[in-house]
Design a protein around this ligand. Structure first.
Ligand SMILES: O=C(O)/C=C/c1cccc(O)c1
Length: 543
């Protein structure tokens, strides 16, 4: 038996005896150290929650997989403490184009370099680079312990603690008792099986080949993603980095050499070298797990949902899971928050993930739609629709819909801000410039269009949250314009910057305080956040 420095390991043949002296529960066990698992651990660490991360591999998996992220997810990486490191490896992209079989542009969905979350709307990167910087950040956090080279063999409820995780390493079998377990263990998730979840099939399954190339060749491309809508040879092409490119082709009978496949993108005279970093076959699927939680065991990322890659949202959905769940879990574990908070993880994230997967499937059908008569008609309609500028602009605007109504998201009226994210401009406080989220800290916040009025101030005080007039934040006018467009005099922001409720313009109060107020009450005092408005705003601006 090996006892690690935390004294939390135990090997016991036969029925498992928990020795309380040796097995103080690890607050949270994360299964899987891919980007979703590590980001979840970093987000929990930021709130002072300890994690043990169990990972099959010793090192970062060195080959490319995910290549794109949106601006909302860059904001999540900022919250996890790796925003600047990620900026150094990311390449902003122009967006997405639909091409016909002769590579003529049918539609262009432009992405801005300045998205509402404070980052380029689309950024390209290499997954191993992201994983390395996340691991480095993990190594800097004393709250996180990574155990590599281990195989998790069991996850389940246990009378001795909320959840018992069993794993094997070179020394034998071990057990951990955890307050919660995050199953970030990918498409073949053991955690998913352990909670008895089954896949709901969203009806897309195709075999594709994915080719990652490094070359100095003058590749014909724009700075973005091209989807070739050709039923005979649907393909995706994108520039990932300075000398990094990716092609994806639907598999056909017989294997075609890489050079032949990518020839249409290379100058005919190019006969120089290119390095095939990876050539692999994938089955692209569209699926959602029918349950994402059992007690204190949760599914995140590919363990909970699978998408074809055609709108570049696979990893984004997983990182959204991590952001949505971790603040709620930390609140429940540390502050005695209401357990019902944890129900909102699945009820908020599942419809959102399903929506994004359906978009990817729709894109897939536009590209591949078969060769029947109906498909030909669909393509003609698509080509015509692509020529309507207003429509393409609307379709390209935001892949991430507002959260659906629930205990932490009031039912929306048309154009309401509820369920959407607050934009993230740069703000200035005490002469210091920072991104809005870094200034707001980790808790709930009331943002107001003007000085908070007495009844609102009293409500905020009762909830223990600051009430901040956006006029004091000295941004570039983004926040005032956003409140005005949403016809709101004030908003209640959750820690993940989603609007829970609004005070409609001209009204005096939130529309249904009772619906969410009880969920915000905690029995213990909150963990202090590093730099919040609480300690830096003038007194009049806070509670
Ligand atoms: O919509 C965008 O800006 C990017 C889409 C994208 C990214 C990566 C891979 C894809 O097939 C699509």
């Amino acid at each position: 038996m090996t006892a690690d420095q935390a004294g939390r390991r135990d090997t016991a043949p036969g029925p498992v005896q928990r020795n309380p002296a040796q097995t103080a529960p690890a607050p949270v066990v994360v299964i899987g150290a891919g980007p979703v698992g590590v980001t979840a651990a970093l987000l929990l660490a930021r709130r002072g929650v300890r994690t043990v991360i169990l990972e099959r591999h010793q090192d970062v998996y060195p080959l490319p997989r995910a290549v794109a992220t949106d601006d909302e997810v860059r904001r999540i990486l900022q919250a996890a403490g790796v925003g600047e490191e990620f900026a150094a490896i990311a390449r902003p992209a122009n967006g997405l184009r639909l091409l016909d079989a002769r590579h003529r542009v049918m539609a262009e969905f432009r992405r801005s370099e300045h998205g509402r979350h404070g980052y380029p709307q689309t950024s390209m990167f290499d997954q191993p680079d992201l994983e390395r910087l996340l691991r480095d950040a993990l190594a800097r956090r004393p709250e996180c312990e990574l155990r590599g080279g281990v195989e998790v063999t069991g996850v389940g409820p246990d009378p001795a603690g909320p959840v018992r995780v069993t794993y094997r390493d070179a020394d034998g079998e071990h057990h951990l008792w955890a307050e919660a377990v995050l199953g970030c263990d990918g498409a073949g998730s053991l955690t998913r099986d352990a909670i008895g979840a089954a896949w709901e099939d969203l009806c897309f399954e195709e075999r594709w080949t994915v080719i990652d190339v490094r070359t100095q060749a003058d590749v014909r491309c724009w700075e973005g993603v091209d989807q070739v809508c050709d039923p005979h040879r649907p393909a995706t092409f994108m520039r990932v980095g300075e000398d990094r490119y990716r092609w994806e082709f639907r598999l056909q009978e017989g294997r075609q050499p890489v050079r032949e496949l990518i020839a249409p993108w290379l100058s005919p005279s190019y006969d120089g070298a290119f390095d095939v970093v990876r050539e692999t076959q994938y089955t692209f699927r569209a699926r959602v797990a029918d349950r994402w939680r059992s007690g204190r065991v949760f599914l995140l990322g590919d363990a909970a949902h699978l998408t074809p890659p055609f709108v570049g949202q696979g990893l984004c959905s997983g990182l959204r899971d991590a952001y949505n769940l971790t603040w709620k879990l930390a609140r429940v574990l540390q502050q005695g928050g209401d357990e019902r908070l944890l129900d909102t993880y699945e009820s908020e994230r599942k419809p959102h993930a399903r929506h994004v997967i359906r978009l990817a499937v729709a894109m897939g059908w536009a590209m591949t739609g078969g060769q029947d008569g109906a498909a030909a008609l669909r393509r003609r309609i698509l080509a015509a629709a692509c020529r309507i500028p207003g429509l393409t602009a609307a379709a390209g605007r935001d892949l991430s819909p507002p959260l659906t109504a629930g205990p932490l998201v009031r039912r929306r009226r048309r154009r309401s801000l509820v369920g959407t994210h607050c934009p993230q401009p740069w703000v200035a406080l005490d002469g210091r410039r920072s991104r809005l989220d870094d200034m707001l800290g980790d808790g709930f916040t009331v943002l107001t269009a003007a000085e908070p009025w007495p009844s609102l101030r009293a409500l905020a005080h009762g909830l223990g949250v600051p009430a901040i007039p956006v006029t004091g934040l000295r941004d570039d006018g983004t926040l005032t314009a956003w409140l005005r467009a949403g016809r709101a005099d004030a908003v209640l922001l959750r820690p993940d910057r989603v609007v829970t409720d609004v005070v409609p313009a001209g009204a005096h109060d939130f529309t249904d305080t009772a619906a969410w107020a009880s969920l915000l009450h905690t029995t213990r005092s909150p963990h202090p956040s590093p730099r919040t408005v609480e300690n830096s705003l003038p007194r009049s601006a806070t509670r």
